[in-house]
Design a protein around this ligand. Structure first.
Ligand code: AMP
Length: 394
């Protein structure tokens, strides 16, 4: 299944001007030192670019494979300035840089995607408002600044609902499911920082995501919708392609592209969606960067999400998001799954990826494995578990 991005474009786009592309050996600055930066840096190296990482963490996964690193806090103006002056273009794998920090960076070098995109995705209320104003469906929601607001929101939306912090939530942190009125006071007291957002609880059939890339010239590239399964709020398994109706996959792709265009995005964007029992999609959240649910593209696609991101940031043409195999991606989370490494590397056909993190804390993403299947032959859950061998979900 391929999605024709051209159908959803507003105007035919000219080919990117090669004179505007970043020259080989130029330096791409990446804000954030985690695994997304690491895999972006590896993709950049293959295209002949150097990467320079800004991170407060010594020996970070990204810096281990990059040409340079500025050690500094994301709010340290001096570090931000030194970093920006040392690179040719700036992108990020970590989104929570303050508005002032982003302005400073932008005053020195081009930042891609534009900081306005981050400002939208950093805050769940801003994000949902933007999505709804762009004609993109989400769960019903209300902004919640006080306990009175929360009671009012529950009156309007009903229970169950999901109460979330508007900022700094990830991997299911900073949220609580409200099932009955007795859950309210405790959840309000526990969730910080305020303000919060209440969302209607979606009884979804499955969760899917679409990774899309958009270039400096507005051209686009899109991967097939994939299905995501979470454990303890953390992505556990991604199945590519999603086992949903073709019409649902096409709708998910259309929605993702609409979001990329509405944002005037340059770079890669992941759009996470719920699929309800009628096959309709609703956006849960967006991430304007490479995403965990796109890691399978490294092994199953001629051009991965990381290469597409680097190409977009560098002003290179974007090849289509082709997929030459079906794939399953299993995250390796925490000490128990990290300890499976010897068995995983000893299992033929598991493609191992380790992020170079020294310490395996509970809930920490340590690596992932990909298992490929010939296109069109993604098996059922039991066979997938067998095929993953020692990495099978427990
Ligand atoms: P989030 O941090 O928003 O990505 O949410 C983490 C997980 O919580 C999602 O992947 C869903 O499994 C679940 N979840 C979040 N929001 C809702 C909702 N409105 N209705 C049902 N489940 C939700």
């Amino acid at each position: 299944m391929t999605h024709d991005v051209a159908q959803t474009r507003r105007v035919p786009d000219p080919a990117p001007d090669p004179a505007m592309a970043l020259a080989p050996n130029a330096t791409i600055g990446i804000i954030g030192g985690g695994q997304l930066g690491r895999m972006s840096s590896l993709a950049a190296a293959r295209l002949g670019y150097r990467c320079h990482i800004l991170t407060p963490e010594a020996d970070s996964p990204a810096a281990q494979v990059s040409a340079a690193c500025t050690l500094g806090d994301y709010e340290d103006a001096d570090a931000l300035r030194r970093f920006a002056e040392a690179v040719d273009v700036i992108t990020f794998e970590f989104e929570n840089v303050s508005a002032a920090g982003l302005e400073l960076l932008q005053s020195i070098r081009p930042v891609r995607p534009d900081p306005s995109v981050l400002r939208i995705s950093q805050d769940r209320v801003t994000e949902k408002r933007f999505l709804n104003e762009s004609g993109v469906p989400t769960a019903p929601w209300r902004a919640v600044g006080s306990l009175e607001d929360l009671h009012q929101a529950i009156t309007e939306l009903g229970l169950p609902g999901v109460l979330k912090t508007t900022r700094l939530g990830y991997d299911g942190k900073g949220q609580a499911v409200l099932r009955q009125p007795g859950d309210v006071a405790n959840a309000w007291a526990r969730l910080d920082p305020k303000p919060l957002i209440l969302e209607g609880f979606i009884d979804y059939a499955c969760e899917v995501s679409v990774v899309v890339a958009r270039g400096t010239d507005g051209s686009g590239s899109i991967f097939d919708a994939v299905e995501n399964r979470h454990r303890d709020g953390i992505l556990d398994l991604t199945l590519a392609p999603a086992r949903v109706a073709a019409s649902t996959a096409a709708e998910a792709a259309r929605v993702a592209w609409r979001v990329a265009e509405a944002l005037d995005l340059v770079g890669v964007l992941a759009v996470e969606m719920f699929v309800d029992r009628a096959g309709r999609v609703m956006v849960n959240e967006i991430a304007p960067r490479p995403h965990n649910s796109g890691h399978w593209t490294i092994d199953a696609c001629p051009c991965s999400q990381f290469e597409l991101h680097i190409r977009a940031v560098a002003g290179l043409p974007l090849p289509p998001g082709l997929r030459h195999a079906d794939a399953v991606m299993k995250n390796l989370v925490g000490p128990d799954e990290a300890a499976l490494w010897p068995q995983i590397t000893a299992t033929p056909r598991l493609i191992p990826h380790l992020y170079g993190k020294a310490e395996a804390r509970p809930g920490r993403k340590m690596g992932h494995v990909t298992r490929l299947f010939p296109r069109g032959t993604l098996p059922g859950d039991e066979e997938i578990a067998q095929a993953l061998g020692p990495a099978a979900p427990r």
